[in-house]
Design a protein around this ligand. Structure first.
Ligand code: FAD
Length: 488
């Protein structure tokens, strides 16, 4: 009895729902990953995500070879390639973990149809989240649209009893049946193609380096657990290594969400860094919240969660294009906003506080449609996740669920003074400003020309003058958003 496990955003060989079930239920298990042309064709050659996936596949393949098997890697259209391979291997079923993005659901529905036409099945499992789709509902049986009550219900479902132990959290121990990984037939070649062969290049990462793979994810989780006590405080300061940096591993499943949650709960229970661990768990719940929102309200992928926010008229034309271009390239004249955009462009990562700040600046200072920024982040972020990115952008634009009131607008200078008080993060990305002290660096345009000269800065040559005046921009935003008030 043979089955095929189709890896997608779950690139690990431990605690893996689909793999565990396939090994339990079949005598011979093959593993496949498809570099899906339908997805890859739109990506730039130096895409960091493709390189991350590629490196993770090399690790998967090496581990499978130790078990006498190998990873089948295809560069094809998944909708046709998976049924073709399943038929060639004589698999009774294809096992996969569920993906909740609208495009993935559509793809899986097509694969299901094609398999069924051949007398085979696609069997899917929950793996990417602790609670999926409608597992956490309100007392009235409805999906939540506000985070805090969702979180309360989520925690109650996870920890129903005071004596509940983190070991009770389900896990899928793959190694129990590791002897069932099958040797590949001669007709199937297993070799992970090089990046070059699939039309990609190794990206040049400056600064932050994300090591791919499950071993590296586990190491990062261990390292973060040792500093989780400080998370509560440190997580808001981009110059400090205060957050876990595990988003990319959660995105591609090189880290199991159950392992992450188990660790957080253990640390809460033992009292070691309990507050930090509880705050971190809360962030993991945000991830599930947005996944649930995307499932129940797929319109958010293109429209505002609250329809009245689609009545807002955003800036357009050449001026909007010019301002957007400056924002993308870290040329707004607001140092922390610019340093953040450079962090994104150079490393593929941006700190959460800075995602909120740069997004707010684009929408509420430059009057740009949040969808432009959402698209730019989607292109650049190594941890890009449709649901979390969309949720973050709509939160900032105030158009989403749990919206902060639209009249609460981040001030880019005071945010900079609070969250990068010494200017350490700014100096890391904007060496032109390195001679300015902690008081000066947040708003260089306010300095006298002699002070600027002393620091070797000529505004607009070495560093841009601000694109807009924040106070005036704020006023324009309040006027722009007034249509929401009048329509509600
Ligand atoms: P930690 O602080 O260590 O948090 C732990 C984990 O919790 C993260 O790895 C992530 O999986 C999850 N998480 C944390 N904050 C959030 C949140 N607000 N929403 C959903 N999940 C969260 N996160 C993504 O994973 N992909 C995205 O594409 C993405 N786009 C964003 C866009 C905007 C405009 C904003 C404001 C936030 C976005 N986030 C996104 C959420 C958050 O910024 C990142 O998850 C976080 O910065 C990743 O760093 P970390 O792993 O060190 O986080």
């Amino acid at each position: 009895d043979t089955s095929l496990v189709w890896f997608r955003r779950d690139l690990r060989l431990y605690d893996h729902a689909a793999l565990y079930q396939a090994l339990r239920k079949s005598k011979a298990v093959f593993c496949v990953f498809v570099f899906d042309k339908a997805i890859l064709n739109g990506l730039p050659a130096e895409d960091r995500r493709v390189a991350f996936i590629h490196a993770s596949l090399l690790e998967l393949d090496a581990e499978l070879r130790k078990a006498g098997s190998a990873l089948i890697v295809l560069h094809d259209d998944a909708v046709s390639a998976i049924p073709r391979l399943a038929s060639r291997l004589g698999a009774r079923a294809v096992f996969a973990n569920r993906d909740y993005e609208p495009g993935a659901k559509e793809r899986d529905a097509q694969v299901t149809c094609a398999l069924e036409a051949q007398g085979q099945q696609l069997i899917s499992f929950k793996d990417q989240v602790i609670f999926e789709t409608d597992e956490v509902l309100s007392l009235a049986g409805k999906p939540f649209s506000v985070f805090t009550p969702y979180k309360r219900a989520w925690l109650k479902k996870l920890l129903p009893e005071p004596g509940w132990h983190s070991d009770d959290l389900l896990s899928y121990p793959v190694d129990q049946h590791a002897d069932r990984f099958a040797r590949l037939p001669f007709s199937v070649t297993a070799r992970v193609p090089s990046l070059d062969e699939i039309g990609f290049k190794t990206p040049v990462a400056i600064g932050t380096d994300f090591s791919a793979g499950m071993a590296s994810a586990t190491k990062s989780l261990d390292a973060f657990a040792a500093r989780i006590a400080a998370y509560d405080h440190d997580r808001d300061f981009p110059a400090i290594d205060g957050t876990s940096r595990l988003s990319v591993h959660l995105r591609f499943g090189t880290l199991s969400i159950r392992a992450a949650v188990r660790r957080a709960v253990e640390l809460m229970r033992t009292g070691e860094g309990a507050n930090g661990a509880a705050t971190w768990l809360s962030e993991l719940i945000w991830r599930e919240f947005f996944s649930m929102i995307m499932h129940h309200h797929p319109h958010v992928a293109t429209q505002a969660f609250k329809p009245e926010y689609d009545r807002i008229t955003w800036e357009g034309g050449e001026t909007a294009e010019r301002l957007f271009h400056a924002w993308c390239h870290g040329q707004t004249g607001y140092p922390l906003v610019d340093a953040a955009m450079l962090q994104l462009n150079r490393t593929g990562f941006m700190h959460n506080r800075l995602r909120m700040l740069t997004a707010s600046f684009l929408v509420k200072d430059l009057g740009t449609d949040w969808r432009w920024g959402e698209r730019y982040f989607a292109e650049k972020l190594i941890d890009f996740d449709l649901a979390s990115n969309n949720g973050g952008w709509q939160w900032v634009a105030s158009s989403g669920c749990d919206a902060q009131p639209y009249f609460r607008i981040f001030n880019p200078v005071t945010q900079s003074q609070r969250f990068d008080p010494d200017g350490t993060f700014i100096r890391r990305y904007l060496p032109a400003l390195k001679k300015l002290d902690a008081r000066e660096i947040h708003a260089p345009w306010l300095l006298s020309s002699s002070r600027l000269q002393d620091a070797g800065i000529c505004l607009d040559r070495d560093y841009p003058a601000p694109l807009i005046d924040h106070a005036q921009a704020r006023q324009r935003t309040l006027e722009r958003y007034a249509v929401v008030k009048s329509s509600s």
